[in-house]
Design a protein around this ligand. Structure first.
Ligand code: 0A1
Ligand code: ZN
Length: 886
């Protein structure tokens, strides 16, 4: 934390490092009040770069005890120390630099660098945490072979882990012991990891396609040993999948995962020593929901896939973060699609894009997939870099087709193995392997903001042609007033009375090569463009952006009847879901208008009927039915309303409640039938069929509780008898949202008594409470900050309670008196000092202040201004505040 204004760094200023490190030797001596770190770096000048330059190492919050060059101790005049760096002016072309420093892991609440989580030592070095461990060239294009020794008290820390292979273990006789590790793969410092703790492991093994026997271990506290099976199964599935789909094999004899409770993100792909937030690895049917099981599978896969897309081939600089993250998210999404329901996975990902990433793209922190500048890189682990980055890779996959894409990925890995490279290198490999020109496509990496595609359709009955007119535009974003047209793959179909029609683009060879001639990917490249289909025998309904083929907003002036047709009959699952959403949005907006004009609210019966028909159709996947009948959230509706003159939280909330209730009452008997029909009698398993049934059953329960007070009894009975956390928590939510105060308090108390020993379950309990409706919500959340189960130092708890309130209780967070914002701001103020990364992340909901009408918008801004005036802002918080207030 500093007083001077932190400054931005720019991609255009990138220069290769003046020095390289060939080998890094680290020795850790861990104690209860300190850690001593000795580092010997084998350095040499990077030929051709900055001849004669001084050596400048990164370092933060380090106490330097000793420094030597080629074995000779350096005196004070021979180096200079600044707040974040250590420089030595005269160094030879090749030399070793040894340093000893003292750090205080016990006091490290930022959870960056070396810190203590409960009883164990652990590290988090991405992006720039290694500089809090020792003096170093802490940048991803400096890759070294690491040799690590760890010494600690044997009784408290029997397990000592680092990257690579164990090479020695010694008992030092004085109650202490030492382990030595060697990682043969050169790596940047951000992939370094160390763990010391009293841990147990679940062990398994995997034989690679090439015959390598890999020992797999998941390290946890003893009490959690029974919660590792799902992660282990997921790991083995991921290893097999990467061999089958990408031809990528694992490259060492061991692969370790460690679960820690205090962690800023989900997990970290450190070479052969993945460190996981315990919420992303531990699972059991009793304590984990279906969603939780799916998250664990996806994150285990994501971190494992990084071994190639991230570790073997890494990023040249942090502006290229999406090189590893976008590609790896695309890989994990395809893996999840292959393991479960492809359409449901696509709908979930499209929902995240449209609700949260589009909001980021429309807000003050908007940035391209490859940002041009940042103040604090930790602020750029965003939905844009991760999820939009994955959509960009998916579009390449769509444009090239699976075979050419695989050739491109093979070329990329082969050409760049062991290197630190750029997004451009990835695109070049894809271009070269496929022979496809991605010139215009590259703009997706550089241009921020969500493109808007406005489409019109025109049927000429005489000529039997159908013309799609497409216009694309992207609104200005901070620093980018002008936007260029992008290459947008627009997947389309034409829906006729008896199903999807064959497609023939005028002037193109017959579309026969694909067996599916009812689906076509149009390449939109111009600001305005027309596509003419010939031989169209009837007036069709266009089925657009099939499979969410590009991360764009689509506008087409559908009638409600047309949306109903798509929703019930189109053969693209995403389009069916999307039509249901659009229909719901148009009904919600209509009802909100009526409410604002003090008219009686009337919910279009066409919508209610379409929903009930859907719910009655037992031939459909219940998971898709549930997704289609789930109304868009209030946050998303507010985002849409922002473009129509400013969001009004009260009328949005009322409109949504009105439509929910109308749908609940209209289809009450059908909901009840769906609730009964979708009961799962088999023993719990996190498999697609069961998950689908539970999701529709629990959605039915939500609607039923709204239809009639008596149905709360169903929720109470379900809560009392549930044999798994999915059903138990779903019932608890319904009781808390819709039951009486007494019913709610009784259920919440019971739940806490039952689960107080399970931290991850208690976090769910905190979140449910954060979303309890009514005036008392803020006081309840404030009270919970003092609860024995809460701890401001634990990011999971902060996310559940404080994040849960801001994102999941819109009416109370956005109280007209501004008290919700003030509370939120005070938590951020406290975290600004202890954990700046989490503080900056929590700011996101307030940064959307421009979306809200008076008085909310102004009150949100006032809170941001109050925070901006505080002394000693962390760079993380400073960056978000300053960009939000311009
Ligand atoms: N690379 C990890 C995410 C990660 C990023 C930063 C962290 O600390 C600031 C921790 C984890 C991933 O993509 O899974
Ligand atoms: Zn990642």
């Amino acid at each position: 934390m500093r007083d001077a204004r932190p400054s931005a760094i720019y991609l255009k200023d990138y220069r290769p490092p003046a020095f390289l490190i060939e080998r890094t030797e680290l020795a850790f001596d861990l104690h209860e009040d300190r850690a001593i770190v000795e580092a010997t770096l084998h350095l040499r000048r990077n030929s051709g770069v900055g001849a004669g330059e001084a050596l400048v190492l990164h370092g933060q919050e380090l106490e330097l005890l000793w420094l030597a060059l080629d074995g000779r101790e350096l005196g004070e005049g021979e180096y200079s120390l600044a707040e974040d760096s250590l420089s030595i002016a005269d160094v030879p072309d090749q030399f070793t630099l040894s340093s000893r420093c003292r750090i205080r892991p016990q006091d490290n609440t930022s959870l960056e660098g070396l810190y203590k989580s409960r009883t164990m030592f652990c590290t988090q070095c991405e992006a720039e945490g290694f500089r809090k461990i020792t003096w170093y060239l802490d940048r991803p294009d400096v890759m070294a072979e690491f040799e690590v020794s760890i010494e600690a008290e044997k009784a408290r820390y029997p397990v000592l882990l680092s990257n690579g292979n164990p090479v020695a273990a010694e008992d030092l006789g004085n109650g202490r012991h030492r382990a030595r590790w060697h990682d043969p793969f050169p790596k940047p410092a951000y992939l370094f990891a160390l763990v010391a703790g009293d841990l147990r492991s679940v062990d398994d093994s995997f034989t690679t396609r090439g015959g390598r026997q890999v020992s797999l271990r998941i390290f946890v506290e003893e009490k959690d040993l029974d919660k590792c099976d799902h992660a282990m199964i997921s790991l083995k599935k991921s290893m097999r999948w990467d061999e089958e789909v990408y031809g990528r094999e694992y490259d060492l004899d061991i692969f370790n995962i460690v679960a820690v409770d205090d962690f800023n993100m989900g997990a970290m792909e450190n070479k052969s020593l993945n460190i996981f937030n315990s919420s992303c690895v531990l699972c059991s049917p009793e304590t984990t929901t279906d969603k939780g099981f799916q998250t664990v599978e996806a994150i285990v896969a994501h971190e494992y896939f990084h071994n190639w897309s991230g570790n073997r081939v890494t990023c040249r600089d942090w502006f290229q973060l999406s090189l590893k993250e976008g590609f790896t998210v695309f890989r994990d999404a395809e893996f999840s699609a292959d393991m479960g329901s492809r359409t449901v996975k696509r709908v979930e990902d499209a929902t995240v894009m449209r609700t949260a990433q589009f909001a980021e793209d429309a807000g003050p922190m908007a940035h391209p997939v490859r940002p041009d500048s940042f103040i604090e890189i930790s602020n750029f682990y965003t939905l844009t870099v991760y999820e939009k980055g994955a959509e960009v890779v998916r579009m390449i996959h769509t444009l090239l087709g699976p075979e050419a894409f695989r050739k491109g990925s093979d070329l990329y890995f082969e050409r760049h193995d062991g290197q630190a490279v750029t997004c451009e290198d990835f695109v070049l490999a894809m271009e070269e392997a496929s022979g496809t020109d991605l010139g215009q496509f590259r703009r997706w990496y550089a241009q921020a903001g969500t493109p808007l595609l406005s489409v019109g359709g025109d049927y000429d009955e005489d000529a039997q042609t159908y013309t799609l007119s497409v216009r694309q535009s992207t609104a200005p974003t901070p620093g980018q007033p002008e936007k260029q047209p992008l290459l947008i793959p627009l997947a389309v179909g034409l829906l006729g009375d008896a199903g999807n029609l064959p497609l023939q683009l005028e002037g193109e060879a017959p579309n026969v090569e694909s067996e599916d001639n009812t689906h076509l990917v149009l390449k939109v490249t111009e600001a305005e463009q027309q596509f003419v289909f010939s031989g169209v025998r009837e007036r069709p309904v266009p089925s657009l952006l099939r499979g969410f083929s590009a991360p764009v907003r689509l506008e087409y002036n559908y009638s409600r009847e047309e949306l109903c047709a798509l929703m019930s009959r189109d053969d693209d699952g995403f389009v069916r879901w999307d039509a249901a959403q659009q229909l719901a949005i148009s009904v919600l907006q209509e009802v909100e208008g009526q409410i604002r004009e003090d008219q009686a609210a009337r919910v279009d019966p066409l919508y209610l009927k379409a929903c009930e028909t859907l719910l009655q159709d037992t031939s459909l996947d219940p998971a898709m039915v549930a997704e289609m009948l789930r109304l868009p959230g209030e946050g998303y509706l507010a985002e849409l309303a922002a473009r129509r003159g400013g969001a009004r939280v009260e009328s949005i909330h009322l409109a949504r409640e009105t439509v929910l209730k109308a749908l609940a009452l209209h289809a009450e008997a059908t909901w009840l039938e769906a609730y009964r029909r979708n009961v799962v009698n088999a023993p719990y398993a996190p498999v697609a069929g069961q998950i689908a049934a539970r999701s529709l059953r629990n959605l039915s329960l939500e609607y039923l509780a709204l239809a009639r007070e008596e149905h709360i009894a169903l929720a109470r009975a379900q809560y009392a008898s549930a044999g798994n956390m999915t059903d138990s928590l779903a019932a608890l939510r319904v009781i808390s949202q819709r039951g009486t105060d007494a019913q709610r308090d009784e259920a919440l108390d019971d739940f806490y008594r039952r689960w107080q020993a399970e931290a991850l379950v208690v976090n769910q309990w905190l979140q449910v409470q954060a979303t309890v409706p009514g005036e008392g919500a803020l006081a309840r959340v404030q009270g919970l900050l003092q609860h024995e189960a809460f701890d401001l130092r634990n990011p999971n708890k902060v996310r559940s309670l404080v994040g849960g309130f801001a994102n999941g209780n819109p009416l109370q967070f956005h109280r007209a008196d501004g008290a919700g914002y003030r509370f939120h701001g005070e938590v951020i103020e406290a975290l600004n000092t202890s954990n700046p990364q989490i503080a900056a992340r929590l700011l996101a909901p307030l940064t959307r202040w421009r979306n809200y009408a008076a008085p909310q918008g102004a009150a949100m801004r006032t809170e941001l201004e109050r925070l901006a005036a505080l002394p000693k802002l962390s760079p993380d918080v400073f960056e978000v505040l300053s960009k939000s207030l311009v």
